[in-house]
Write a protein that binds this ligand. Structure first.
Ligand code: IFM
Length: 437
């Protein structure tokens, strides 16, 4: 099973999950510093203060990527490292870190792919209303401009907002992510402002006259009816609207889905918050679509969800590789043709470091093999898939789950920060070398 020549085999991370160095070189506070330091918010009270200490160990991590043969590395830039309070003159020391990282990638012939926002909103902006405040989207456009100015000559692919849906759902509906709110009315206004922020960043890149390509990073969940009834089909359609079309339609079609708008109601904060011209900004043409696939969703006639497939240590995940094929072919059919990159796919395993220094994560190998095969089939059926990033490179801070869930190809022994390649990493190196399975 060979992939197209030059296929971008990669791995992904995000700033708050791996960097640590929370108070160094002028970095400001983010909402995840606040949230993780609030008692009861994360498992075992874990925080990202040290994480995988990547800020200090990035050179070693770069060597590791080279040894694995990675062709692409997706990371995120910490907004509060670049602007401590989310606005104003950029912090040169923060930008310098990313410049060193990006240069190190080029030296090792690895293509950098940078995400501008992976959830670590500067706390000062949260204090001013966070994503409920339209001004945060404007600030994001300015921040993006500063980053493009500093790194635009050396980063060929940019992603705007990582998984806006997760911010909406986990941060504002269920409250188990920062900022920890349970406020449906606010949640969808936040969705709109995140989409606006995306569009403003796209425009900032065009205005900066740099070469790079840019697109959104969306976690898409294929939705299936749980049974054959017409009611389940109807409920599934609306569920899909909230999970997928809310983000895809606005970016690729310049309109929010009618069924979702009707469900929210004309008087909702979101619908009232959409101003003239906003959708034109949101639908500014993009160069690629980044898809993050983890799980399908099965919807009952009542609009509830049920489990169909085995889960992983993440209880929200069902292991269903066909879903990868379905979502890739669906976005190509409904929104294409647009080049696609998979920017996340993976699972947490109960990894342990054996006495002989190995980590046997054969479940991860099985998972990746099946998902790679589904992606390959999608390519054969016409999906313009150009790269695939496994989540994640090293074990890291899994948000509310702290360090208990291990998602990496590389085991991190946290007390010593020693890195150990798991069996899956050795296997992945082989896949990359052979350009296939
Ligand atoms: O760790 C997260 C990542 O930050 C965003 N996508 C899902 C991953 C696993 O939960």
């Amino acid at each position: 099973m060979r992939f197209p020549p030059g296929f971008g085999w990669g791995a992904a991370t995000s700033a708050y999950q791996i960097e640590g160095a929370a108070k160094e070189d002028g970095r400001g506070e983010s909402i995840w510093d606040t949230f993780s330091h609030t008692p009861g918010r994360t498992r075992n009270g874990d925080t990202g203060d040290v994480a995988a200490d990547h800020y200090h160990r990035y050179a070693q991590d770069l060597d590791l990527m080279r040894d694995l043969g990675l062709r692409s590395y997706r990371f995120s830039i910490s907004w509060p490292r670049v602007q401590a309070d989310g606005s104003g003159r950029p912090n040169q020391r923060g930008l310098d870190f990313y410049r060193r990282l990006v240069d190190g990638l080029h030296e090792r012939a690895i293509t950098p792919m940078a995400t501008l926002f992976h959830w670590d909103l500067p706390q000062a902006l949260q204090d001013a209303g966070g994503w409920e405040n339209r001004d945060t989207a404007e600030r994001f456009g300015d921040y993006a401009e500063a980053v493009f100015h500093a790194l635009g000559d050396r980063v060929p692919v940019w992603l705007t907002v990582n998984e806006p849906k997760t911010v909406v759902q986990n941060g504002y509906l269920w409250g188990h992510h920062a900022p920890g709110r349970q406020d449906p009315a606010a949640a969808y206004l936040v969705a709109h402002h995140l989409q606006l922020a995306h569009g403003l960043a796209v425009r900032a890149l065009r205005a900066a006259h740099v070469e790079g390509r840019i697109g959104p990073a969306l976690n898409l969940h294929p939705c299936y009816p749980a049974d054959d009834t017409a009611e389940a089909a109807t409920a599934t359609r609306l569920y899909d609207g909230y999970e997928n079309r809310l983000y895809l339609d606005s970016i690729f079609k310049g309109a929010y889905p009618e069924d979702v708008l009707a469900d929210l109601g004309a008087e909702s904060r979101m619908v009232r918050g959409v101003r003239d011209g906003n959708l034109k900004i949101i639908s500014s043409p993009v160069d690629l679509l980044a898809v993050q696939y983890y799980t399908p969703i099965y919807v009952t006639a009542q609009g509830d969800t049920v489990r169909r497939w085995p889960t992983s240590e993440a209880e929200w995940q069902q292991i269903y590789p066909e879903g990868m094929y379905d979502i890739l072919t669906r976005v190509t059919r409904d929104y294409g043709p647009v080049p696609i990159t998979i920017t996340e796919n993976g699972l947490p395993c109960p990894d342990t470091l054996a006495a002989d220094g190995t980590v046997d994560d054969s479940a991860r190998i099985d998972f990746l093999r099946d998902h790679f095969a589904a992606a390959h089939r999608a390519i054969q059926d016409g999906v313009p898939l150009e790269s695939y990033h496994v989540w994640s490179l090293p074990d890291n801070f899994e948000w509310a789950e702290g360090y208990e869930q291990r998602w990496g190809l590389v085991y991190v022994e946290y007390p010593t920060q020693r890195r150990v390649l798991k069996r899956s990493a050795h296997w992945y190196r082989d896949v990359i070398r052979r350009n296939g399975l």
